[in-house]
Design a protein around this ligand. Structure first.
Ligand SMILES: Nc1ncnc2c1ncn2[C@@H]1O[C@H](COP(=O)(O)OP(=O)(O)OP(=O)(O)O)[C@@H](O)[C@H]1O
Ligand SMILES: [Mg+2]
Length: 244
């Protein structure tokens, strides 16, 4: 496994994500569920990693911890060199807003805002004026070919358009990490392929991409494939030369 890690595209890239013996236990009061049972995972800046595993194996729990939405019950988590286990909520959300962009299966766009307003949202943490935020949002909307839908509300878009808007929102603030939890799960295969091409493009620009999926065709998009079984990493596999 150690050897595989050294094969990544850029051998001297810094570790953007380090999980060491991470445990997560839910429901301490009633029946405790051990969702992660000692996960160690090191990911370098610029890697493209897929995470596979059966339902309930701990994928989303792992993503929430990497994405600074949650903290581990035990173990060490360093995101962009910062130890999240010791952070308060405020510092954790600051690290999240500065470092991570999220894409979900069900898009999670705010229904009362237009596409443009949704994409401008993550930029509000950057201390930019409205004009600059609008400019940046328009640029990413152009990248996902949604300029002509920017004044529309999410309910007026197709599934693929919603997911493209969600991707634009995730990358608007130029995060170091993009985390996607089943981003193609609700899409037909052609639209899913288009969305995957966008993640490949985002990764080519140097962003670390982590893609959670139960679909092995989708997972094959990533050079590195991690499999989680029952709260533990069962496989961490680096596919050489199988990347466009
Ligand atoms: N907030 C919570 N409280 C209690 N148990 C939880 C909570 N979130 C997740 N779990 C439990 O932790 C385990 C891992 O859940 P997780 O959501 O990480 O799985 P998953 O791999 O993402 O599954 P899926 O493919 O169905 O999305 C499951 O047994 C789940 O029931
Ligand atoms: Mg999940």
């Amino acid at each position: 496994m150690e050897k595989n890690l050294e094969l990544t595209s850029s051998p001297h890239a810094p570790h953007i994500i380090m999980l060491e013996n991470v445990r997560k236990t839910y429901g301490m009061q009633g029946e405790a569920v051990q969702a992660l049972k000692g996960v160690s995972l090191t990911i370098k800046q610029g890697e493209y990693v897929s995470i596979m595993g059966p339902s309930g194996s701990g994928k989303s729990t792992c993503m929430n911890i990497i994405g600074c939405l949650d903290r581990p019950s035990a173990g060490t988590v360093l995101i962009n060199g910062q130890n999240t286990a010791q952070m308060n909520e405020r510092d954790l959300s600051r690290l999240r807003n500065e470092t991570v962009g999220f894409v979900f299966q069900q898009y999670h766009l705010l229904p009362s805002m237009t596409v443009l307003e949704n994409v401008m949202l993550p930029l509000r943490y950057q201390g930019l004026d409205t004009r600059k935020r609008r400019e940046l949002a328009l640029a990413v909307l152009e990248q996902v070919s949604l300029t002509d839908r920017m004044k529309h509300y999410p309910s007026e878009l197709s599934g693929g358009q919603k997911q493209r808007a969600a991707i634009a929102r995730a990358v608007a603030a130029n995060p170091k990490i993009v985390l996607a939890d089943e981003p193609t799960g609700a899409l037909d295969s052609d639209t899913g392929a288009l969305v995957l091409a966008m993640f490949a493009d985002i990764n080519r620009r140097g962003t670390t991409v982590i893609l959670i999926t139960h679909d092995s065709t989708v997972a094959a998009q990533a050079m590195r494939r991690v499999r989680i079984l029952d709260g533990s990493i069962a496989e961490d596999f680096f596919a050489e030369g199988n990347h466009d």
